[in-house]
Design a protein around this ligand. Sequence first.
Ligand code: 6R9
Length: 658
Amino acid sequence: MSQPEGQHNELSNLLNESRTFPPSEEFAAQANASAELYEKADADREAFWAEQASQLHWETEWDQVLDWSGAPFAKWFVGGRLNVAYNCVDRHVEAGNGDRVAIHWEGEPGDSRRITYAELQREVCRTANALASLGVGAGDRVAIYLPMLPEAVFAMLACARLGAMHSVVFGGFSAEALRSRVNDAQAKVVITSDGQYRRGKALPLKANVDEAVKETPSVEHVIVVRRTGGEVSWDDSRDKWWHDVVEGKPETHTPEAFDSEHPLFILYTSGTTGKPKGILHTSGGYLTQAAYTHRTVFDLKPESDVYWCTADIGWVTGHTYIVYGPLANGATQVIYEGTPNTPHEGRHWEVVAKYGVTIYYTAPTTIRTFMKWGAEIPARYDLSSLRVLGSVGEPINPEAWIWYRKHIGGDRTPIVDTWWQTETGAIMISPLPGVTSTKPGSAQRPLPGISAKVVNEAGEQVPHGSGGLLVLDKPWPSMLRGIWGDDDRYRETYWSKFADLGYYFAGDGAKYDDDGDIWLLGRVDDVMNVSGHRISTTEVESALVSHPNVAEAAVVGASDPTTGQGIVAFVILRGGVDDAASGEAALKELREHVSREIGPIAKPRQIMVVPELPKTRSGKIMRRLLRDVAENREIGDVTTLADSSVMDLISKGLKSSS
Ligand code: 6R9
């Protein structure tokens, strides 16, 4: 039953959250998804996926939907042949939609570009011709180290067109991170730009490539897009301007069809510890699930929707829900180059109003940042075009979910909380808009065609109302096909925990509620053990954020001589909360609040007020670094932080209570 927010006086958290939001009749009547989809997929999974795959253009039809005989290495649509770029570009032009806008690109300084599908086709062909002229062919690896520019999309699709694999490296990563990824993949070409705009400043980028390629013997060419006009050093034998190699190349290129299992890309996971893993994805199954989920989970109507995913292209969300899913579906989308507060904190809402964005997909961390900035900011803009909101990347706190729905979605839009991973390639667990009665904080049900379970350590499904580990018990089309160059690590990381059962272990904790809906509880390595009780960092964070004074919270388990682990919380207070809120009494009140919400066992041992939290570029809190602070250790490797100065800020400005 839906409850208007006003009637829900009690502040909620993950444990006692019970609000539900059924779809409106109006939305349900026009939705792409229907309840029958679940039944259809259950009745015959392979037939269901074959039907999804047949929405793509295949040069040669497959003769077998799934070959799992080489498990855990799957083959989907065996014998089928297709060209991924043709599917994302040319076929829309051939269908008469060449004039449809593919990309509304918005630069951080306010410049913009409008690229139709016909233009996209010409750009991708020219780029493919340029890469081919440099000797790039099927099976080669191309590293793409670019900011959010249209050229990043052209380059990815040009690789796909040629059957070359791209390895996109986030433009915020260091030279060292780039070097290790280029070497692991043995990339032949690196595509970069002179610089990038970040928070209103033009920062150098090529300089990192210069540094990295000193020790990457596989690299033959560096292609440089001119973006900021900043000065760059130049090696004539290696470096080429994008405009010199791409402009003047023919605007047509005949795509070759590749095997359904032909590799499409490698993407390194942010890897909080150890060597980054090169997650390998292939063509037919990946594109099938990317397109299906994008169409179904976001209710995409390609003729009328304007879709915007705020992720970076260097993250899997950018691959599947900026490049492959939306373009395979012929969508019109916004791509924004910059940060959400440049030049002001209303930038996203200005962009929504400017382009009439209808579907908006972002991360909980961004939503909580908007909460911190205040609801009066989005209130200044016309957001009435929005009709579906999405969330991805971490569990969303019910408070953030409710705020998102109310202040961005006008208390009207369905919210899809989408659980998936770099490894899964596409969305796996999510509500379906127009079908599911949504619950704030729950990703709810595996999508039609997907099977997931919450199990105990023995692999047995736990009863409703209990928690355990999330597993994927049946193969799915967009699953990873391995870790680049390391089959053993692939088997060990994902398939060894439940080897006898053949389950993929996702590394996430989860629980079923009484209705059997799934609630993700964060990585199992983020589960704390306090006096023998398992407590999720997410649950405590959720309780903290449900307090009116708290904008954002991160919780770690710090080793404790008596209880095993003690809970240490880092909190950012809401703007406008006066200084007294960080005083001893106020922090005591916060600890009591958690105790009230979850139980005395969850009461933080210590709460520290901080100005920022350390996050990776994909918005994940790096608890490892906070654990270092909590345990008074020297702070570890900060190279994967979006902003490495955050740790200095935290160490300097600590106010704590214990
Ligand atoms: C797409 C992406 C994967 C990990 C995953 C989980 C967390 C992602 C989530 C979520 C709860 C959601 N995660 N979406 N947790 N609810 N809706 O984020 O890929 O960067 O590989 O991260 O992110 O812990 O295991 P990736």
